[in-house]
Ligand binder design. Structure first.
Ligand SMILES: Cc1cc2nc3c(=O)[nH]c(=O)nc-3n(C[C@H](O)[C@H](O)[C@H](O)COP(=O)(O)OP(=O)(O)OC[C@H]3O[C@@H](n4cnc5c(N)ncnc54)[C@H](O)[C@@H]3O)c2cc1C
Length: 397
């Protein structure tokens, strides 16, 4: 609970949830923490400010033994649900952009291939993704189709030994540097939903990739607008077991699970930095942490974080037992993303004017929560998924 002055983070665990962790779980977490303290925190701010992807910094993640998350084949990490959550939590404590690069590559892209590819596809692509020799991206959202993701307009048409893709995608993380870009589309003839893997998108005829500029959140990871104009993809690159939106939803569920941990991690990163600052910063002759109004903010923050952590650990136990419902995952994402917004703003307030600049990291974390609030199902969509499970009535449409 007492922050060290030598590291950025103090690792808040007010309810001693660590008592439930195994040595292996602690070891993975420690590897990620060491990477963040040494390779990320001292260097990330200029990348965020310039909206530049820290490529070399991100590539170091290949040595952490975390690629592929829950997947355990072809060299993937095979993390258990707690480890999977802790990795997302720790990465996001330090930086949302690095966390998103990992989430998209390791979770959404490797997850799609691992869960929905056949043996040949997995053997062909996963080993290079584990070593980050190939980078993955996941293209579902479109300019005109966001929350209503099952209704994608991008089409696939069979043509001999290929499929021809036409359409547009928006917000696709990692896409401009991707070697394996998964495009979700509907078969023009059958109407069937499917996942099509474009290899080396930037060199593929008919693919136009435009980075989205002017983001206020997760600025150090690039999101991309994609245009697909008669793009030819070999038949062998259609994910073998993706035949309906429900298949993609299996991948999205793990992404949403991870987003619940991400939100809690971002909040705890901001809190820990604020706690340290308020104990060191003096006004009116005393540390500002000694004033009741500052303590109220600190207590509010740590209480919300503790509730998020507790919810996450129970979510992990339910996933382990295969008893995690869609509504439960949505509840963690819904609650934690909303509360992370609140907590990071309180943390920023504790720094006064210094909270407005990114030097102290909190402003960056505060803005990163805006993306977490929006992706993996917006707050409203997750609310409505919980409502649907609770009442049996679908208010989404
Ligand atoms: C930083 C970032 C990274 C992303 N990365 C990826 C990626 O890698 N791959 C990918 O495929 N996508 C990605 N996305 C897209 C993300 O999943 C979408 O932004 C999200 O699904 C919302 O879609 P939309 O932005 O089109 O908003 P819209 O769906 O247009 O929603 C706009 C508003 O309307 C509300 N709304 C919509 N429908 C309803 C309803 N039925 N009832 C009540 N309210 C409703 C929403 O909650 C929201 O407040 C990313 C987005 C961001 C911001």
């Amino acid at each position: 609970m007492v922050p060290s002055t030598e590291t950025f983070f103090s690792n808040i665990d007010f309810y001693n949830l660590d008592m439930h962790l195994t040595d292996d779980q602690k070891a993975i977490r420690q590897r990620v923490r060491d990477y963040l303290e040494v390779d990320v925190m001292p260097h990330i701010n200029p990348y965020w400010e310039k909206a530049e992807f820290p490529y070399d910094m991100a590539m170091k993640m290949k040595d952490l033994g975390i690629m592929g998350g829950l997947l355990g084949e072809h060299g993937a990490a095979g993390l258990d649900p707690v480890e999977f959550g802790l990795v997302a939590y720790e990465l996001s404590k330090a930086d949302g952009s690095i966390g998103t690069f990992y989430g998209v590559h390791s979770g959404l892209a490797m997850g799609s291939i691992g869960l929905l590819g056949d043996e040949e596809q997995k053997a062909c692509w996963l080993p290079d993704m584990v070593t980050l020799d190939k980078i993955g991206a996941f293209g579902l959202t479109e300019p005109e189709v966001g929350s209503n993701a099952a209704r994608v307009k991008t089409t696939a048409r069979k043509d001999g030994d290929s499929y021809i893709l036409n359409g547009a995608k928006r917000w696709i993380g990692n896409a401009s540097m991707s070697n394996l870009l998964i495009i979700w589309a509907r078969d023009e003839d059958s109407g069937q939903f499917g996942g099509y893997v474009i290899e080396n998108a930037s060199e593929t005829e008919g693919v136009t990739l435009s980075d989205i500029w002017g983001k206020i959140s997760k600025r150090a990871v690039l999101n991309v607008d994609i245009k697909l104009d008669n793009v030819r993809v070999p038949k062998a690159n259609k994910l073998a077991y993706a035949t309906s939106f429900k298949d993609a939803a299996k991948v999205l569920r793990n992404g949403r699970y991870s987003a619940g941990w991400t939100a809690a991690g971002t909040a705890s990163g901001a809190f820990e930095l604020a706690l340290k600052y308020t104990k060191e910063r003096e006004q009116f002759g005393k540390p500002i942490a000694s004033y009741q109004l500052i303590q109220q903010k600190l207590v509010e923050m740590v209480t919300e974080i503790t509730l998020m952590q507790t919810l996450n650990f129970q979510m992990a136990r339910l996933l382990e037992r295969d008893e995690l419902s869609e509504g439960m995952v949505s509840m963690a994402k819904y609650n934690n993303a909303r509360k992370a917004r609140y907590v990071t703003r309180l943390a920023r307030e504790c720094l006064g004017g210094n909270g407005i600049v990114i030097d102290n990291h909190i402003a960056r974390l505060m803005l990163d929560t805006e993306a977490v609030y929006t992706y993996e199902g917006t707050n409203e969509i997750n609310l409505l998924l919980i409502g649907r499970e609770l009442t049996g009535i679908n208010a989404l449409t």
